[in-house]
Design a protein around this ligand. Structure first.
Ligand code: SAH
Length: 196
């Protein structure tokens, strides 16, 4: 199939992702909720930059230039389309997870004065459904683009982010919510239901 089709499919997912993100980002900025505790704001900013270079920059390169063509590998059209289906599924979850977190969502790690502990909806299955969802992006974007270099940049960025962030995030939640969060940790896994 024409490569242009895959570009359109990837672009559609990227647009959906940004719509969801920008909506909640705007809400976050205008909600006037008071931040009570935050973790390493400088490092968090670096994490955002890291993800920008791991996900957005190579994605744009793949969409609009031929610079990543060295990374292409042969993949059946059906598999690439299946990658798009995974992507649609992941964007649906991305929306649901944001909606469930509501004003508890923040682009950087922090606890707000009105923070509540969410353990239902997508949070019933794992403690970090948004990060799990990003692992689905890795699968989806790799299959759609059929580009190993893009797969490598996303997985590296994501791995660094998860390794650095999750322990701090859980410490923050534990400090704020104590026993209820400990109990929640006992009955859920981090990223993959029942596995890890
Ligand atoms: N790690 C989560 C949330 C990412 S957004 C996920 O992958 O779905 C990051 C913010 O969410 C953090 O600042 C943290 O304060 C908040 N957060 C994380 N888990 C939460 C929970 N179970 N309930 C409420 N807020 C949570």
């Amino acid at each position: 199939m024409n490569e242009l089709i895959y570009k359109i499919l990837l672009a559609a997912l990227v647009i959906a992702m940004n719509f969801i993100r920008l909506y909640y980002q705007k809400r976050y900025k205008t909600s006037h909720a008071v931040t009570e505790a935050e973790i390493a704001p400088k490092r968090e900013k670096r994490m955002t930059i890291l993800m920008f270079f791991a996900l957005a920059v190579p994605g744009m390169m793949w969409l609009f230039t031929g610079w990543l063509s060295f990374g292409q590998f042969g993949l059946h059209d059906g598999v690439r389309i299946a990658g798009f289906v995974v992507g649609v599924y992941s964007m649906w979850w991305f929306y649901r997870i944001h909606r469930t977190l509501g004003d508890n969502w923040s682009p950087v790690l922090e606890i707000r004065r009105e923070h509540t502990l969410i353990t239902d909806g997508p949070y019933r299955y794992v403690r970090h459904p948004m990060y799990s969802d990003m692992m689905l992006w890795l699968v989806s974007f790799t299959l759609i683009t059929a580009n190993w270099f893009y797969a490598l940049t996303i997985s590296t960025g994501l791995a660094i982010m998860l390794i650095v962030r999750i322990p701090d995030e859980e410490r923050l939640m534990m400090e704020r919510f104590g026993e209820p969060y400990r109990a929640y940790m006992k009955r859920t896994k981090r990223l993959i239901p029942g596995v890890f």
